[in-house]
Design a protein around this ligand. Structure first.
Ligand SMILES: *Cc1c(COP(=O)(O)O)cnc(C)c1O
Length: 399
């Protein structure tokens, strides 16, 4: 047999982490890695955070899962906290980002449906967007890489270039139900929406009674230095998908909506067996205990500024390889002059973990509670890696 037991959908790297501690991962061979990938923006409190670990341990021993046949008081508690902290009036809990996206899309379609607009059943999305890997989510992206080999896919989205307000406006028809956008594109390469673009989309949605759906699965939950990225744009969505950071490593997502936007989400319209189980709620609550505090958010903004400043200072000495740094808070992208994957792979031997993204960007996604020393360690490892990379390239060792 040539087919491996594990379906070969990932090109996994050689690192085999067996233990984590704060901002570090330890490989099977004992090697220590500075983890500035955080499981792709998930481990926002780092590894083995005592408050999160204890909450999960205690809850696992008390009650792990009951299903949504029964009342789950912790769901009310976490939902009320999210409602207090955001634009939203109501929350649906999921286990992942793509499920939060699904619920967000269904909420928008149902809104139009119950308000007498059955014909409004299409969503405008953007080039380079990433909303997950379900059939609905890959059909919400124009990216051929994600779509192939699943074509033909359901045809329910129209795609505009990101940050092009006129193009989005031109796509609005009688069939448009809403507009779905990441305030900062993550997989697409840490590309922030411009304020004019996001505010313009809000205005278009208001004008045409469309749902503005934000996908904050990657940029949300304190990552950018505010609890949610859209707060920095001075706008509010109608519907928002979140996941990644909210469980701090425990699989958890949510769809948040206003009362108006959720008017179609009545009994029987949506569900999930695991969604919102007591264990996940304990994790979400423990994360919010820490990251929703103004002092914590301020610290993320300060740390983000220091890391950005350090990288901005570092780049001119490495401008053969690196172009610039962009992003917000601790969601940063280092743009390279060439494809990033070989460098990201190469940097691992120097104990540095980052993530490649679109548009030749190295994603820098540290835990949100890193300290000054981690920034210094990061730039010094980056220097080591860049210098060795240059030599290896000159010797023809990098393809
Ligand atoms: C990761 C991600 C998703 C999908 O989340 P999963 O938990 O992998 O399903 C959706 N949207 C954005 C913006 C993401 O970064």
């Amino acid at each position: 047999m040539t087919m491996p037991a594990l379906m070969p959908t990932y090109a996994r790297c050689e690192v085999e982490p067996v233990r984590g501690e704060g901002a570090y991962l330890f490989g099977k061979d004992g090697k220590k890695y500075l983890d500035f990938a955080s499981g792709i923006a998930v481990n926002i409190l780092g590894h083995g955070h005592p408050h999160l670990t204890k909450a999960i341990q205690d809850q696992a021993a008390t009650l792990m899962h009951v299903s949504n046949l029964y009342s789950v008081p912790a769901q009310w508690e976490l939902a009320e906290r999210l409602v207090d902290l955001t634009f939203a009036d109501t929350v649906f809990f999921t286990n992942s980002g793509v499920e939060a996206f699904e619920c967000a899309a269904k909420t928008a379609l149902a809104y139009q449906h119950v308000n007498g607009h059955r014909e409004r059943n299409r969503i405008i999305t953007f080039h380079n967007a990433f909303h997950g890997r379900s059939i609905a989510a890959i059909s919400a992206t124009a990216s051929e890489k994600l779509r192939t080999p699943f074509e033909p896919l359901p045809d329910w989205c129209d795609y505009a270039p990101f940050n092009d307000l006129d193009a989005a406006k031109a796509l609005i028809t009688d069939a448009t139900a809403g507009i779905m956008v990441e305030p900062i594109q993550g997989e697409g390469g840490i590309l922030p929406a411009t304020p004019e673009f996001l505010r313009g989309l809000r205005a278009l949605c208001d004008e045409h009674d469309l749902m503005l759906i934000l996908d904050e699965v990657q940029c949300g939950v304190a990552r950018t230095g505010t609890l949610f990225a859209h707060e920095q744009y001075g706008i509010k969505p109608d519907i928002m998908a979140i996941a990644k950071g909210i469980g701090g490593g425990f699989p958890l997502g949510a769809c948040l909506a206003t009362e108006k936007a959720a008017s179609g989400m009545t009994v029987g319209t949506h569900g999930s067996t695991y969604g919102g189980n007591p264990l996940a709620m304990a994790a979400g609550m423990a994360v919010l205990d820490i990251v929703a505090k103004p002092e914590f958010l301020q610290q993320v903004r300060d740390t983000g500024e220091r890391l950005t400043a350090a990288l901005t200072q570092w780049i001119p000495n490495h401008d053969d390889l690196f172009v610039g740094v962009r992003g917000a808070g601790l969601m940063l992208g280092l743009q390279m002059t060439e494809a990033t994957r070989p460098f990201v792979n190469f940097a691992r031997q120097f104990g540095l973990l980052t993530v490649a993204a679109g548009d030749n960007v190295v994603r820098v996604l540290p835990p949100l509670n890193i300290e000054e020393s981690h920034i210094a360690e990061f730039t010094s490892k980056l220097t080591e890696a860049a210098n060795a990379y240059r030599t290896a390239k000159a010797n023809g060792e990098i393809s």
